[in-house]
Design a protein around this ligand. Structure first.
Ligand code: OSB
Ligand code: MG
Length: 367
């Protein structure tokens, strides 16, 4: 496959409601899209970097910069497949979200040329995936209970509560009391605690949570292992795992007994699959995280979540949980599940007039 050119496009997508985490409040997604044009197809990738470096060091403007300055100029000239492109990007440290967007667009184009779906290419074993919902920090517990009740009425099969110091035991207790012991429930701290908080976090043990996600800082792998020994709630890592090597270290150290896989965070779907394979071989459950993606990123995540090792519901919610209008045809929850796209590549395209309406900037780079 020969790449003729690449478009970097920015779209502004208002969220249906503010999404608050321990690191900040999002009211809109400022998304960088990558479109790779080949002789026979075009492929899409969504960069999950947010507009500020609060979840991780990457941010949308930075991702666009590293793409145009280093990653796109390093692409192989002439015939190349996604593995060759991945190798060409390897010398550049970090910037995994930028690399993931470019690699996904390349892979999408490659699969569209050959007529194969991403799900089939990755080795999906299911045609629909069970969906959880990630619920932000609210101003009050009654507000939270209303939000959770609404999501459960829509059919979500698992609830994740965002927590931070001052918003942890009380909201979890309230949700357990109102919705019962059978609700699959988990929490995500986005690195808001330190090991000193271990006795406090152990107070969550009585609520039989599926897991606690990223309680400590991104680079506190050893301390996560220590914390895991002090909690009954299983520890799951998100921010700390940027590669299969990190996942291997986490499993060896006992820093995680469950892994959240976000393809953007780990540098794309090839690396995401490697983490899945590693964890599966060790009998460690994985699930597919989310970064408030549009339908473009969501389509690819749903394909990944259909792999056999994804044994816990993901943060792969319906389009309407995020956006009044998505840039693709919306993903709609049916009986708590999303259908895995079956068309070539990621299996969805932007709807042209919506794409135009959301676009704030475009840039074309010829090869
Ligand atoms: O930590 O999983 C996270 C959203 C943005 C950044 C980080 C995270 C999240 C979510 C929402 O939890 C997941 C989603 O619904 O896309
Ligand atoms: Mg998380």
């Amino acid at each position: 496959m020969k790449i003729n050119g690449i478009e970097l496009r920015r779209i502004a997508m208002p969220l249906v409601a503010p999404f608050r985490t321990s690191f900040g409040t999002e009211t809109a997604r400022d998304v960088l899209l990558v479109r790779v044009v080949t002789a026979g197809a075009e492929g899409w990738g969504e960069c999950v970097a947010m507009d500020a470096p609060l979840y991780s060091p990457e941010y949308a403007d930075g991702a666009a910069d590293v793409l145009r300055r280093f990653l796109i100029p390093a692409l192989p000239r002439g015939d190349a497949d996604v593995y060759a492109v991945e190798r060409a990007l390897e010398p550049f440290k970090g910037h995994r979200m930028a690399k993931a967007a470019l690699l996904t667009a390349v892979l999408d184009a490659e699969l569209r040329e050959s007529g194969q779906s991403l799900a089939r290419y990755l080795g999906a074993s299911r045609d629909r995936v069970p969906c959880g919902v990630s619920v932000g920090i609210m101003d009050s517990v009654p507000e939270l209970l209303d939000a959770v009740a609404g999501y459960l009425a829509e059919g979500y099969v698992r609830v994740k509560l965002k927590i931070e110091p001052g918003w942890d035991v009380a909201p979890v207790r309230a949700v357990r009391e109102r919705f019962g012991a059978d609700l699959p429930l988990q929490v995500d701290a986005n690195a808001a605690y330190t090991l000193v908080d271990a006795p406090h976090l152990a107070r969550l043990d009585e609520f039989d949570l599926l897991l606690i996600e990223q309680p400590l800082a991104d680079d506190d792998m050893v301390q996560h292992a220590e914390l895991a020994r002090r909690l009954r709630t299983p520890v799951c890592l998100d921010e700390s795992v940027e590669s299969a090597a990190h996942a291997a270290a986490a499993l060896t150290l006992g820093a995680a007994s469950i892994v959240n896989i976000k393809p953007g965070r780990v540098g794309g779907y090839l690396e995401a699959k490697r983490i899945h394979d590693l964890c599966r071989a060790h009998g460690v459950a994985v699930w597919c995280g989310g970064m408030l993606e549009t339908g473009i990123g969501r389509a690819a995540n749903v394909a990944l979540a259909a792999l056999p090792g994804f044994t816990l519901p993901g943060d792969t919610s319906s389009s309407r949980r995020y956006f009044a209008e998505d840039v693709t045809e919306p993903f709609v929850l049916e009986d708590g599940h999303l259908a895995v796209p079956t068309g070539p590549g990621i299996g969805v395209e932007p709807v042209q007039d919506r794409l135009r309406a959301f676009t704030t900037a475009t840039e074309w780079i010829s090869m």
